[in-house]
Ligand binder design. Structure first.
Ligand code: GTP
Ligand code: MG
Length: 273
């Protein structure tokens, strides 16, 4: 059995962790890291060539942590360089630009690249991902709203933050929670603690919200064929209303999805009168 003294010694030992950044070129990965480590922002774009490596020490809770940061180039051209840096990672900064939908849509392919490079048995479950919806200072160019980004992240058990490397908004908070969650992971034997895996809403709820958001018309929204009967409309409506009612569903975007379903049902019932 461990004595208290052993435990305290253990707590004082610096923890070494490896963090990588991922996301399309120009989304702001290097600037987010620079903002946190050097407290400054560079507006001129200097593309990362392959990989930038740095070490930083952080004091967190009762521990000193030594963070090895591998800042990856987002450009496809550098795939060969970055592919060997995925292994032995505890934390990933997964960044997109809220004004560039392609960079949000590309998040899945970044996960796929990582999974492919790690090879089986791949367990992304035990890596802490922090999704940064970056450039929130450019709100007038925004095309991916907060609930959409948050839903994508939280339905996978990832952290989600709105950040601006330019103003610094959200950056410190993001790193604090990110590092603290990585410490929890390390103290839990390298396994993600259950509390952070349990997201509080179901895959069915998340998938329905996504489907409703992307639906092309009211029929599609209720998951019905055009021309379905009044009964079918009411049944589909009731199923979704129970699934997404704001009193029962805490998934990001559920309130808007619920309202959209109510409106779709009203419009369809009117149209078949
Ligand atoms: P690669 O290294 O090519 O993969 O790009 P990157 O993701 O590291 O992007 P980088 O940090 O170099 O930033 C790209 C451009 O976006 C630069 O011109 C930055 O000044 C700008 N930028 C980064 N973050 C922000 C932000 O929060 N707000 C605004 N307005 N611009 C930003
Ligand atoms: Mg970069």
């Amino acid at each position: 059995m461990e004595t208290n003294l052993q435990k305290r010694k253990e707590a004082r030992k610096p923890l070494r962790i490896k963090v990588i950044s991922m996301g399309n070129a120009e989304v702001g990965k290097s600037c987010i890291i620079k903002r946190y480590c050097e407290k400054r922002f560079v507006s001129k774009y200097l593309a990362t060539i392959g990989i930038d490596y740095g070490v930083t020490k952080v004091q967190m809770r009762d521990r000193e942590i030594k963070v090895n940061i591998f800042d990856m180039a987002g450009h496809p051209f550098f795939y060969e360089v970055r592919n060997e840096f995925y292994k032995d990672t505890q934390g990933v900064l997964l960044v997109y630009d809220i004004g560039q939908r392609e960079s949000f849509d590309a998040l899945d392919s970044w996960l796929a690249e990582m999974r492919q490079e790690l090879g089986p048995p791949t367990n992304l479950e035990n890596i802490i991902f922090s999704v940064c919806a970056n450039k929130i200072d450019c709100s007038k160019h925004r095309c991916v709203d907060e609930s959409e980004g948050r839903l994508w992240a939280e339905s996978r058990g990832f952290l989600y933050f709105e950040t601006s490397a330019q103003t610094g908004e959200g950056i410190n908070e993001m790193f604090q929670v990110f590092y603290s969650t990585i410490i929890d992971l390390c103290e839990n034997g390298g396994k993600r603690p259950m509390a952070s895996i349990n997201v509080g809403f179901t895959k069915e709820q998340a998938d329905s919200i996504r489907r409703i958001r992307n639906s092309k018309d009211s029929w599609d929204m209720l998951g019905l064929k055009p021309g379905s009967s009044r009964d079918e409309i009411n049944r589909a409506y009731r199923r979704l209303a129970v699934l997404l009612h704001p009193d029962k569903c805490i998934a990001p975007g559920s309130e808007d999805a619920f309202k959209a379903v109510v409106n779709a049902r009203t419009a369809l019932l009117k149209s078949i009168k």
